[in-house]
Design a protein around this ligand. Structure first.
Ligand code: HEM
Length: 149
């Protein structure tokens, strides 16, 4: 198994980075859809239905499969011999930020359900603020894995 992981390492990393880019695209875009949905579309009107379709498709056909791919290929890299040294700081700072990013994904999924039920409680301004969360976490993650402090 470890020979397979060592041989496949570059391609597993390719699949990891592709999954991560797709996941991040959705994590940046979905909160932006929520901003306009909260500000522009009263519950039940045609614009509300359009936003619901866009949000559901983005989450279910892009973001969730990309998150699963990021985790599967990321964990394959974690168990590849010689890739992660747990006595260093970067694997821990990256792991914490990735767990927070995963929480944020499920928070967005719950808000999507609120909109679908006509029960969104949050303002456009609040969604704009939450849109900064994935940016901050991405900076911690990418700095951790490339600078390796
Ligand atoms: C979902 C769980 C994740 C796990 C388990 C994970 C784990 C890993 C591991 C072990 C590596 C290999 C490091 C090496 O080759 O030495 C790696 C590479 C990388 N990860 Fe992740 N990662 C995850 C999520 C993310 C996220 C969310 C991002 C970006 C926002 C990210 C960005 C990267 C990048 C850019 C690389 C390539 C770094 C390089 O080649 O120097 N990862 N990841």
């Amino acid at each position: 198994m470890s020979d397979f992981l060592t041989m496949g390492y570059p391609w597993v990393k390719v699949l990891h980075v592709i999954s991560v880019i797709s996941w991040m695209a959705g994590l940046f875009y979905l909160p932006r859809l929520f901003v306009y949905h909260a500000e522009q579309a009263g519950s039940g009107n045609p614009t509300d239905t359009l936003f619901q379709t866009m949000e559901r498709r983005l989450l279910q056909t892009i973001m969730t499969p990309a998150m699963i791919g990021s985790w599967i290929f990321g964990l394959m890299l974690v168990v590849t011999p010689g890739v992660v040294t747990w006595s260093e700081v970067w694997p821990w700072s990256k792991a914490l930020a990735v767990l927070a990013m995963t929480w944020f994904h499920f928070w967005l999924a719950a808000r999507r359900k609120d909109f679908a039920a006509g029960q969104n409680q949050l303002s456009g301004r609040r969604y704009r603020m939450m849109n900064e969360v994935p940016t901050a976490l991405m900076i911690v993650i990418v700095a951790s894995v490339i600078v390796r402090f």
